[in-house]
Write a protein that binds this ligand. Structure first.
Ligand code: AHR
Length: 492
């Protein structure tokens, strides 16, 4: 059966916020130490940042990076990580049961972000930390007045304020695994009081509330209560999830079709969260909306028994990462930030070895989408072949999104072919305007869905690109089984 994708460049969903290509780095395993920061490595620059890691991450064009956790932040003292390195304390770290040397901290993180071209986004400790500590962190980082914390920052070598715009209050406070887990009522009160003093310290900051990470039967009530208490102080509502082709992650073990149906769950979580925000806006007579920040998302199997959270991703995981971006574009009206968790070594698209970096399969869809997406999400209609799973009936084999770069008049159509063995012949119809000349076709694929990029086989899954001719208003493509295709083409 053939497929038809219909696109009208005037049928707009919303502007796409480039912050959906954000990242997340935590003091965990080899993400910071031995990943981003590795002063002993011949590949490190003068500040100890791995140049090869930086170069790989630059290809992902991350506009924002969240730090320092994660679960880690719920036991973190930011003061431990500033000032002369030889005076910084080593602490027991209870979130991941490790030792934290504190040789990398706030200032080093900001310097890393500047090198990357990303905005720093800090999560404060609302686990075993207090609001005084949180507001002091804002003052230390952003303060301009003649206070002792500002003097301290200057003494540490940072004369100019860092101007950190994004701050979140706590991490996954809804999870019993969290240091300082909070009931909905406790978090609503904590959020309100932290937010007040943090905003009073620097009114220009934007605050992210830790909304949902445990999608249990209480999550709706939790968000409702949080909004009732604190809506005027919330700039973004954060939600987290991790998926994977395993029973542990809520899917059937090694069932490709069920795993591909994850698109439905992603759509549900985004749709339901934005629905609650809308309902509460109406109930509370809020004039502004509260955008969603999916500030942790990824595929995660918890396969690494050593607790370093080092995962090897395969082609099917890359398809799932692509489907995440399709979903973020389709929900562009409400999703204004998303941060892949994490960026280096820990559940990450970039892995380090002593010799260099490995680009995991999931690196490729991230780079492809980040480098080709336009500024506007389009509302695509598509139909054609379907598949079913024990949970879902007649899902479309293709998972699709489209964007328009308004200035360059360039369309990007993203098509994930979720068939294991069938080429999908697909006609893309431009319902208004014409394809101007030809465009570029980029295809991510590999020999089979379990293909992975490792030190021995670094290029099993990659991107192939070629030119396609297109005239008139239709273009027919043969989409390879288990692939991601991006058609990037000017329209007139
Ligand atoms: O990214 C790994 C962990 O996953 C984070 O520390 C935590 O927030 C989430 O549970």
């Amino acid at each position: 059966m053939s497929n038809r994708v219909s696109i009208d460049p005037l049928r707009v969903i919303a502007p796409i916020d480039a912050r959906v290509f954000g990242g997340f780095a935590e003091h965990l395993g080899r993400c910071i130490y031995g990943g981003i920061y590795d002063p002993g490595s011949p590949r490190a620059d003068a500040e100890g940042i791995r140049s090869d890691v930086l170069a790989a991450l630059k290809r992902l064009r991350m506009p924002v990076v969240r730090y320092p956790g994660g679960n880690f932040v719920s036991g973190y003292r930011w003061r431990d990580g500033v000032g002369p390195r030889q005076e910084r304390p080593t602490r027991m770290e209870l979130a991941w049961h490790d030792l934290e040397p504190n040789t990398f901290g706030t200032n080093e993180f900001v310097a890393f972000c500047r090198k990357l071209g990303a905005q720093p986004y800090i999560a404060v400790n609302a686990g075993d930390g207090d609001m005084r500590e949180a507001r002091d962190w804002v003052e230390y980082a952003n303060g301009t007045q003649d206070t002792s914390l500002v003097k301290l920052r200057k003494q540490h070598g940072y004369e100019a304020p860092h101007g950190i715009r994004y701050w979140s209050i706590g991490n996954e406070v809804d999870g019993p695994w969290q240091i300082g887990f909070k009931t909905p009522e406790e978090y609503a009160r904590t959020y309100t009081e932290f937010a007040k003093v943090m905003k009073w310290t620097d009114p220009s900051i934007e605050l992210v509330a830790a909304g949902v990470s445990l999608w249990d039967r209480h999550w709706v009530e939790r968000v409702q209560l949080l909004m009732e208490h604190a809506a005027p102080l919330i700039d973004y509502l954060a939600i987290h999830w991790y998926v994977g082709n395993s029973r542990e992650r809520g899917y059937r073990d090694d069932d490709f079709a069920s795993y591909m149906a994850v698109s439905e769950k992603i759509d549900d979580m985004l749709g339901a969260t934005s629905g609650i925000v809308r309902a509460m806006r109406s109930a509370l007579k809020l004039e502004r909306t509260i955008p969603i920040a999916v500030d942790e998302w990824n595929v995660w199997y918890r396969a690494d028994a050593e607790g370093r959270l080092e995962e090897t991703f395969n082609l099917e995981d890359a398809l799932v990462v692509a489907m995440h971006f399709n979903a973020f574009f389709r929900h562009a009206a409400s999703v204004k930030m998303a941060n892949i968790a994490q960026i280096v070594n820990v559940i990450a698209p970039v892995m380090t070895t002593s010799d260099g970096v490995i680009l995991q399969t999931t690196f490729h869809p991230f780079e492809l989408y980040a480098s080709t997406a336009g500024d506007t999400a389009l509302d695509v209609h598509w139909d054609g072949a379907t598949f079913s799973t024990p949970e879902f009936d007649a899902l479309r084999v293709l998972d699709v999104s489209a964007t328009l770069d308004r200035e360059r008049k360039q369309l990007a159509v993203y098509l994930v072919n979720r068939s294991l063995d069938q080429t999908q012949t697909t006609t893309i119809e431009l319902q208004r305007g014409r394809f101007a000349d030809g465009g570029d076709l980029h295809v991510i694929n590999g020999p089979h869905v379990k293909a992975a990029n490792t030190a021995l086989t670094p290029d099993q899954v990659g991107v192939r690109s070629h030119h396609v001719d297109a005239h008139g208003n239709t273009l027919t493509l043969d989409l390879e089984p288990h692939s991601v295709t991006a058609l990037v083409i000017p329209v007139g």
